[in-house]
Ligand binder design. Structure first.
Ligand code: ADP
Length: 430
């Protein structure tokens, strides 16, 4: 373009010089200059009109014939138009591929702005969430998804865990919602249909619950006979030893079945809070009173520090199961003469129940997996103590149902602290 403008200046200067010379020759400088300017303007206007006409065409046709600086301008514009058209078609191609891809997605994907207004969504969102094409554009998501727990989940800002809920559009569809933040606090909401997984999980839960339930009766009969035989007391020594071992193993089996049934009850029941707040201190003392057998005469030093005026809203039976699991673990894994501290207190963050011991501790590589079902650090250690690997899974499940959090702090050779943190809103003054 620079070339064209300098060429135009040269041509214009030449024209003026010629007009001046001819004007001087014939003695009419002003007239010849005016005539030259007029011719120059007519040529420019003509070229401009050609340009305008050419630019108005939708298709990029060959540029009009032109020489000199206008030829340069047309060539330059032609190149720019061609590049722009090719970029446009590439972009359109990408857009149509993106549209095909988003339409093929089985998950509902919704893009939200900072205020949770819907900016864009794919076809599956219309089937899974009931969003309507165009008419819902820029409307708040909560106009459509009105469930209070969904709104709380979105507004809480912590999206590390997904939310499971039925589809607002079809109650037979179970959805898993996840939210990812991007850009300037914009959000990508993904809802996945997990109905098949949920049905499979339900079948698994039913199977475990039924199998555990069915095993209970034959086990009770076996335990009854074993007790009767052992009570007679006149068995030959080798038989008595075998019988005692059978009794020990059947006790283990019974506690395993009990734990499995507890877990399937926790998995399958909705959380209904007890009307009356739970007196946590009294609950802890009742657990301590009934723990003598588990202590197996190991003479632990047990210290207790309880905030007696703080209660908790929750399910007493479940909390009893969780707290006693932690306390019994401390008793079982801490060697003779060890120290165990039980704490129930409250501060600005919430209420804490914790059990600390100076037992063998746990290697940090196991900590993340400790609450998985049947996960045991050391099979020998656990079977010595009659453990099933389900205790901490029960604790975590109960604590989560009470909107709490289970923390495990442990180091090999230094003991362990298991603490359950309950949010302030679940605490009550007694
Ligand atoms: P288990 O029935 O085997 O005790 P848990 O789920 O209660 O199952 O515990 C999982 C594992 O965590 C146990 O196998 C044990 O190795 C370890 N563990 C739990 N509590 C303690 C503790 N207080 N001290 C040391 N190890 C522990």
């Amino acid at each position: 373009m620079l070339k064209a403008s300098s060429r135009a200046i040269t041509h214009f200067s030449l024209l003026l010089a010629c007009a001046l010379f001819i004007g001087w020759l014939i003695g009419h400088i002003a007239d010849t200059l005016a005539l030259a300017l007029f011719i120059w303007s007519v040529v420019q206007i003509h070229q401009l009109r050609k340009l305008q006409h050419w630019l108005a065409q939708e298709l990029v046709t060959d540029p009009p014939d032109a020489k000199g600086e206008w030829g340069d301008v047309f060539d330059h514009l032609y190149r720019i138009r061609k590049i722009r058209r090719s970029r446009e078609s590439q972009l359109l191609d990408k857009l149509s591929r993106f549209q095909q891809f988003s339409a093929a997605l089985k998950d509902a994907v919704v893009i939200l702005d900072q205020q949770f207004n819907m900016q864009w969504w794919n076809l599956a969102s219309e089937q899974l969430l009931g969003l309507k094409n165009q008419s819902d554009q820029d409307k708040p998501l909560f106009n459509i998804l009105r469930d209070p727990s969904f709104i709380r989940y979105c507004q809480r800002g912590d999206y590390s865990e997904p939310l499971l809920q039925k589809s607002p559009h079809n109650a037979n569809i179970e959805l898993q919602y996840t939210i990812t933040e991007f850009g300037e606090s914009e959000k990508l909401l993904v809802a996945r249909d997990i109905s098949d997984l949920t049905r499979l999980e339900q079948t698994r839960q039913d199977f475990v619950a039924n199998a555990s339930h069915e095993l209970r009766t034959p086990l009770t009969v076996i335990r009854g006979y074993l007790e009767t035989f052992l009570d007679q007391g006149n068995l030959p020594r080798p038989l008595q030893k075998a019988m005692l071992q059978m009794q020990q193993q059947s006790d283990r089996m019974q506690s395993l079945i009990g734990d499995l049934l507890t877990l399937s009850r926790l998995d399958s029941t909705e959380m209904n809070l007890d009307d009356e707040p739970i007196n946590v201190s009294r609950l802890i003392i009742s657990i301590l009173d009934s723990a003598e057998q588990a202590a197996e005469g190991k003479k632990h030093h047990i210290s207790v520090d309880l905030a007696e005026n703080i209660g908790l809203v929750g399910k007493e039976k479940e909390l009893h199961s969780a707290f006693s699991n932690l306390f019994y673990n401390a008793l079982r894994y801490t060697p003779e003469g060890g120290e165990i501290k039980i704490l129930w207190r409250c501060d600005d963050h919430g209420g804490y129940f914790s059990v600390t011991d100076n037992g063998p501790g746990i290697n940090s590589i196991h900590l993340d997996r400790l609450t998985e079902r049947f996960y045991r650090v050391d099979d020998d250690r656990s079977s010595d103590t009659g453990g099933s690997g389900l205790g901490l899974a029960i604790v975590k499940n109960v604590v989560l149902r009470h909107q709490g959090q289970l923390n495990i702090d442990s180091a090999l050779g230094k003991g362990s602290t298991f603490s359950c943190l309950f949010p302030l809103e679940t605490l009550v003054e007694l």
